[in-house]
Design a protein around this ligand. Structure first.
Ligand SMILES: Nc1ncnc2c1ncn2[C@@H]1O[C@H](COP(=O)(O)OP(=O)(O)O)[C@@H](O)[C@H]1O
Ligand SMILES: [Mg+2]
Length: 476
């Protein structure tokens, strides 16, 4: 007999589930505090646990971790209030299989969810997810971060919550969005993609919300907007970071209320569209720079899925190569060891898209009868690549974030100092500039044991500039 553990500080909740599930032949145990929970899981093994998120003496995530540690095979469902969807998502990341929202209004849905986890056929293993994803055209591979991401994507796909996909260009944001749509309950409804950077703002309102006949000159007939067409389906807002502030306001309004009007229309229309947004920009930074609305980011970023760049999951190179070779009907080809080595060391700024292009290119170039793709069929830029590139890349990353945080720290210094004069600040900035220049030169001179020529070269300046920097700042 399957054993289920209900953990909720409200006794009524335990009773409710006891009533609901005992008559279906399940063995129910209830706990109302952390102690009881700990005792029960140390004494008995469970098939399923329902854990309340908010508890007076603990929190759901803590208990969930404890459970998963001692009984990894036990399925866990978190119970949460609607306002805590973000924490529920946190629970999914920590191993919960699902979450249900309190109060339990929709009993049918609740029973369906429970049945799903309790049925003997329930298996959700990696192979199965991977196969399903491959069928849809989304390769997950062996990489741990990609697997975590896919697992989370699968859990939230069926929920009606917004998703934000982050990733460099070509990492597969489109394919991931498409995958989520296909495994959601909306799979047989439209999946509509719009590129937020590409729609002119003047067209946008009627594009998004549609217009009535005669709403404006040229509106000769009624037009349905994207929100209307994608109703019950998924709307993929690609390159959301490129959306103008005007567009952001329009989106925010409909996301907040779920309502909109057709241009020239008087009837309020409701939308049940699920939003997946994607960006290759850092939106938190964009918010700081005031190019992206914080309230909109908050609405979109209920769950964030960050796709790692290809260079960070290069262990899956072969898998992608085989997949793409098959796609371009070139399965007879194999990449030589040397080619593979070159590709493993390349930084892939264009990520999977770039890889796909390289496979297409090689398939077209390889001489007839040839089955091995040697380095001569790879583009020049791959051949020039070496480990130094990698170092540079990381240095640049580090350097950029150093400069950003350096500037931020300085700027934050006068937070709350309203009485500071601009003139004084600008004067200090000039002084600072001199000091920075001087300290760079001095440090470098020391490294080059006083050799001015070498110092200038290493700083990418002329010896004249070096002299100038030093002269102006006194003698060493
Ligand atoms: N995980 C993946 N599995 C299969 N193909 C992928 C994957 N990621 C990217 N691709 C392929 O790479 C190309 C770029 O993917 P796309 O989703 O458009 O990237 P992005 O939207 O992040 O720029 C597409 O041809 C896509 O099919
Ligand atoms: Mg894209």
């Amino acid at each position: 007999m399957k054993r289920i553990l209900i953990m909720d500080d409200e006794i009524e909740v335990g009773n409710f589930f006891r009533h609901l599930l005992e008559e279906k032949g399940f063995n129910i145990k209830t706990a109302v505090n952390k102690n009881e929970f700990t005792t029960l899981i140390s004494e008995l093994s469970f098939d399923l646990a329902l854990i309340d998120m908010k508890l007076p003496d603990s929190n759901g995530i803590q208990l969930l971790k404890q459970l998963k540690k001692s009984q990894p095979m036990c399925k866990a469902i978190i119970m949460t209030g609607y306002s805590t969807v973000k924490t529920a998502v946190e629970a999914l990341k920590n191993g919960a299989n699902d979450y249900i929202e309190k109060p339990f209004d929709d009993l049918e849905l609740l029973e369906k969810t429970l049945d799903n986890f309790l049925s003997t056929e329930y298996i959700s293993n990696r192979t199965e997810t991977n196969q399903l994803a491959t069928t849809i055209g989304f390769i997950i591979g062996e990489n741990a971060a990609m697997n975590e991401l896919a697992k989370l994507a699968e859990k939230i796909a069926k929920k009606n919550i917004n998703i934000l996909i982050e990733g460099e260009t070509g990492t597969g944001k489109d394919v991931l969005a498409n995958f989520i749509h296909h495994i959601s309950q909306r799979y047989n409804q439209p999946f509509i993609r719009i590129n937020c950077g590409a729609i002119p703002e003047t067209l946008l309102e009627s594009e998004l919300f549609g217009h009535e006949k005669g709403a404006f000159t040229g509106a000769v007939k009624l037009k349905k907007g994207i929100f209307e067409i994608a109703d019950n389906g998924t709307l993929f807002l690609d390159e959301i970071g490129e959306a103008s502030l005007g567009i952001q306001v329009q989106l925010l309004r409909v996301l907040e209320t779920g309502e909109y009007y057709r241009v020239g229309g008087e009837a309020v229309r409701k939308t049940n569209t699920r939003i997946i947004a994607a960006t290759n920009k850092n939106l938190v930074q964009a918010v700081e720079e005031k190019t992206f609305r914080e309230d909109l980011l908050y609405r979109l970023d209920v769950v964030k899925l960050n796709i790692p760049p290809l260079r960070k999951r290069i262990e899956d190179l072969n898998l992608y190569l085989n997949y793409f070779l098959q796609k371009v009907n070139a399965s007879h080809l194999t990449f030589s060891g040397e080619s593979l080595e070159i590709m493993r060391n390349y930084m892939w700024p264009g990520n999977v898209r770039e890889l796909f292009n390289i496979v297409k290119r090689a398939a077209a170039l390889v001489d007839e009868g040839e089955t091995i793709v040697t380095p001569k069929y790879l583009p020049e830029k791959l051949l020039q690549n070496n480990h130094q590139n990698e170092d540079n890349y990381q240095m640049n990353d580090e350097f950029e974030s150093f400069i950003t945080s350096w500037t931020k720290n300085i700027l934050s210094l006068w937070d709350g100092h309203n009485d500071i004069e601009l003139d004084d600040v600008l004067f200090s900035v000039k002084e600072l500039e001199k000091q920075v220049g001087r300290s760079f030169v001095l440090k470098s001179l020391k490294n080059h044991v006083g050799d001015r020529k070498k110092t200038a070269d290493s700083l990418n300046i002329t010896t004249r500039q070096l002299k100038y920097l030093l002269n102006e700042k006194g003698k060493i």
